[in-house]
Design a binder for this molecule. Sequence first.
Ligand SMILES: [Zn+2]
Length: 244
Amino acid sequence: MTELVKTRAIVLRKINFGDTSRIANFFSEDYGKIPIIIKGARSPKSKIGLIVDTLNLVEVVLYKKDTREIQISSQIELLQYFSNIREDYNKITYATAIIELLNSLLMENEPHKKLFEGTLRMLSLIDSTNENPKLLFVKYFLFFLKEIGYDFRIDNCNACGKQINIGEEVSYNYETGLLCQECRKERLTNFNFNSELVGLLFCLRTKKKCNYTEENLDFIIKMLEKILSYHIHEFKGIRSIKFN
Ligand SMILES: [Zn+2]
């Protein structure tokens, strides 16, 4: 069955197809990640070809057919271009990292409305505020992991169940998860967090203003990347923010 539907979507990636067309991955509000073929998109006269650019928020009208791997659109309108992000190296770096996470880790055709809304909210914050884009990205990364089923929590020790408090030091093991000071003594640890990092990780989950250093944010990003690639072997890290 084919139905004509309309949905908001963020453009994740586009690749050339044939001589004149493109196939683009969209993260849509109602249908999750979907590939759509844009016929004639590479012609300089194609308005849709210009609109379908990574990061843009668009409204797509498509003839949706569940048996079809690649959907066909009849109309695409530009809703938001995020011009401030595009003009700032730091903003575009972390916005691209968000797009990369979505493109590489979402399954096709699995709707995820809450993740869509959270993504849009974060892109708007990066675009319209002076908040450090790296800090916003770390917050998004934690939210993203929770939404795709790899919630990173520091409330309790995963071995003995003891509650972790601000001011403590903890460790992390890929298999067991978080380890308190006692339990980490007799186990292998992959990451150690000093009390400053534990405090920051607690704060990042709240709406409070957090004290942080760039080094601590880098550490958290690297750690979350490693945890993800431990669980999802195809994930090789985020290319747009490769650390030297
Ligand atoms: Zn413990």
